[in-house]
Design a protein around this ligand. Structure first.
Ligand SMILES: [Zn+2]
Length: 379
């Protein structure tokens, strides 16, 4: 549940600097008394201000509440198997600085958090923001996360073994700012809910087609938060009958053990004369587009596996829309289009009203969601 203060600031932001106290109370669902108290505090500390309006006609003029976007900044860091992205947003949650870099190979916990801190400090410097204006930091990681206790249980595609329980507190202590951590797809789903092309839809699913295959969901306007003991949207580890590929999670037959980008390359490379040319899932996709039979055969199978995962997400959560992201999700890509075809084959009547698209938030989707999570948790 969002805290009352966040509900009020959201209402002021959504009011685009023209909402009166009355409208803020109505739009936030916060009672008049509670809203009044919080608005007074926010005015006193300068987080919001009132815009003077010329009176129109009789009666008291409407006094709009405005956000002072520069009073606080939030960082979002998305640690993926291959790339790490970082963004800084202001209180309007608009991105002020963003950058992307290669993820460093995992060795041990101390080195890992030290590296995250280096990424943060270096980006902070480039952003030009003052250190003490950053309120908090949200981290998204491609792994299994206990967000409540700030622990990374595992991240197979990053080489972080099961039960590692890396403590985000180590990073928070190093940078001197509060920090929270979630899975990539939890952050992605929240980003889509607030900032994506389907923003505001109460039921959404996100699907990441990358090194791993992941999924997140917003159900009845509530972000579903995955936990190691009750995972949400772990479609990458749905077991596919007759799939004999071994997964980083230790099981055999997981969807991503075949469809994950790195695994596709490993399966495909030996089948090509010039194996070294098959460097990524994208290369394979380009070959399939050019009607290469071997590439098509491999990607057709990957698409049919992906479809099982996505169709099951649709069966579980009945989303109005499914939004794809990741290196394997390309609008005119062979795998993406083939995956949509396979999903259509699997979906029973009535479920096929779901809309499919690729995120408009681009590669910073989860980093933006992570910044929003920092704001919700700590501001
Ligand atoms: Zn698995």
């Amino acid at each position: 549940m969002l805290r009352t203060k966040i509900k009020i600031i959201d209402a002021i932001r959504n009011g685009k600097n023209s909402c009166s106290k009355k409208e803020v109370s109505l739009n936030s669902g916060v009672s008049w008394g509670a809203m009044y108290k919080i608005v007074d505090t926010l005015l006193a500390e300068g987080t919001i201000f009132t815009r003077a309006e010329k009176p129109v006609g009789r009666g008291r003029p409407n006094i709009p509440l405005c956000l002072n976007a520069e009073t606080a900044f939030f960082a979002g860091i998305d640690i993926g198997s291959e790339n790490t992205r970082i963004v800084f947003t202001d209180l309007n949650l608009l991105v002020r600085h963003s950058e992307s870099l290669k993820t460093t190979a995992y060795t041990n916990e101390t080195a890992f958090w030290k590296w995250v801190d280096t990424v943060y400090e270096s980006a902070l410097k480039k952003s030009g923001l003052k250190k003490n204006t950053v309120n908090s930091i949200g981290i998204a990681i491609s792994g299994t996360v206990d967000s409540e206790n700030g622990l990374v249980f595992s991240a197979g595609n990053l080489g972080i073994p099961r039960e590692s329980n890396l403590k985000v507190k180590q990073f928070s202590d190093a940078c001197g700012r509060p920090a929270c951590i979630y899975t990539t797809q939890v952050a992605a789903a929240l980003a889509e809910y607030h900032f994506g092309s389907e923003a505001g839809a109460g039921n959404l699913a996100t699907v990441g087609l990358g090194f791993g295959i992941g999924s997140g969901a917003v159900s009845n306007h509530v972000l579903l938060i995955s936990h190691p003991k009750h995972p949400i949207g772990y479609i990458g580890h749905i077991l596919i009958p007759n799939n004999d590929h071994k997964c980083v999670c230790g099981w055999t037959g997981c969807l991503e053990a075949y469809s994950g980008g790195r695994n596709l390359v490993a399966t495909a490379a030996p089948l090509f004369k010039n194996a070294a040319a098959i460097t990524s899932a994208r290369t394979l996709d380009d070959l399939a587009q050019a009607a290469d039979k071997t590439a098509r055969k491999i990607l057709n199978k990957a698409a049919s596996y992906n479809a099982v995962g996505v169709a099951n997400m649709i069966q579980l959560y009945s989303p109005e829309a499914v939004i794809f992201s990741g290196g394997q999700a390309k609008q005119d890509g062979y795998l993406y289009q083939q995956t949509l075809k396979e999903i259509a084959k699997l979906l029973p009547g009535g479920r096929d009203v779901c809309r499919f698209s690729i995120t408009r938030l681009g590669q910073f989707q989860s980093a933006i969601g992570a910044a929003r999570l920092a704001y919700e948790n700590f501001f």
